[in-house]
Write a protein that binds this ligand. Structure first.
Ligand SMILES: Nc1nc2c(ncn2[C@@H]2O[C@H](COP(=O)(O)OP(=O)(O)OP(=O)(O)O)[C@@H](O)[C@H]2O)c(=O)[nH]1
Length: 310
């Protein structure tokens, strides 16, 4: 990852080879990251049942004979964001949809909310081609019940195409991929064919710890945490040594993250390390600390330090 571009980049593999960027946009929790992972066939972007799990713009690359699709996973657009971090996530989401070849708006089957409408309004202001993806179709037992919902949607909104998918069950993805490719410009690949992201292992390591925080901590606590990698080095014995700090806002939160006798922190570390070993294809030695930085979620300087703003 993040290697020198492959020699394939720069030359056109065949005259119809297509290459372009595609934003996966939508309100929080509709399944954008799950869809990204399913489309690239790799568990790159972290997912959880909680809204705004994704905090960064992440590029996931899928290269085939036909072309190279660079998917941009974006934070979910959240209305009425009060805290500085949520406002910054909204900014990232908006800028991600403004500079791409195609936008895929993702919604949940049977639900169209004010947040979906607000995103649609933002898309209409741009002339970028757009597809609608109705995700989580596996959850609706009676598929025909969806028809009036889609008919009403289509009557009031204009999309190039509407697709039904289940990102979780990997249904409808081939047709979606085909529709995406058709709308990308003919041009040579930007990345080498084995590259799956523009993000470094260091970044992905922090994300994997954060995923465990999102999955294991209750209520608002995950939103008061972030992860900073202090050291990422490859030891002579081939093991990647990673030191990470979990930042929280208050002492009480620190105690919860550590858990009784350190049990919670141990479980977070074990699970994150297993995922890292699978993704990085080598053994990992992971060391975690929990530290308090009061009010970091509302502090623009801290958000910058943690990579949430430019
Ligand atoms: N049943 C079902 N669940 C899904 C599907 N796709 C995603 N989910 C679940 O929906 C939840 C949210 O998925 P994410 O991929 O994290 O959603 P997101 O849109 O990236 O969320 P944000 O980070 O909040 O923007 C997770 O629990 C997923 O497992 C699907 O096709 N079917």
């Amino acid at each position: 990852m993040n290697q020198e571009l492959d020699s394939a980049a720069g030359s056109l593999p065949h005259e119809n080879f297509r290459c372009g960027t595609v934003a996966l946009a939508g309100r929080p929790n509709v399944g954008k990251s799950t869809l990204l992972n399913a489309l690239i066939g790799f568990r790159l972007s972290i997912t959880s049942p909680r809204p705004q799990t994704t905090r960064h713009r992440i590029l996931g690359i899928n290269t085939s004979e036909a072309g190279q699709i660079m998917y941009v996973d974006t934070p979910g657009l959240h209305r009425g964001a009060k805290r500085a971090m949520n406002r910054s996530l909204n900014r990232a989401a908006r800028s991600a949809i403004s500079d791409v070849d195609l936008v895929v708006q993702v919604i949940e089957a049977g639900r169209w909310t004010d947040e979906d409408e607000a995103l649609y309004a933002a898309l209409v202001e741009q002339s970028t081609p757009r597809l609608l993806v109705i995700n989580k179709v596996d959850l609706s037992k009676d598929k025909s019940a969806m028809l009036p919902f889609v008919a009403e949607l289509a009557a009031k909104h204009s999309y190039d195409e509407i697709h039904y998918v289940s990102a979780l069950k990997r249904k409808g993805l081939k047709e979606l991929e085909q529709a995406i490719l058709e709308r990308l410009p003919v041009r040579p690949p930007v990345f080498g064919e084995d590259e799956i992201t523009d993000r470094s292992e260091r970044f992905l390591a922090a994300e994997m710890v954060r995923e465990q925080l999102m999955l294991r901590l209750d209520q608002e606590l995950p939103y008061a945490t972030t992860v900073e990698i202090e050291q990422f080095s490859d030891r002579p014995d081939g093991i990647a040594e990673i030191h990470a700090v979990i930042w929280v806002e208050r002492d009480g939160q620190k105690a919860i993250v550590i858990g009784n006798g350190g049990a919670q922190l141990k479980a977070i570390g074990t699970n994150a390390r297993r995922h890292m070993e699978r993704m990085f294809e080598r053994k990992v030695f992971l060391k975690l600390w929990v530290k308090v930085r009061e009010g970091w979620v509302d502090d623009e300087n801290m958000l910058k330090k943690f990579g949430y703003t430019d």
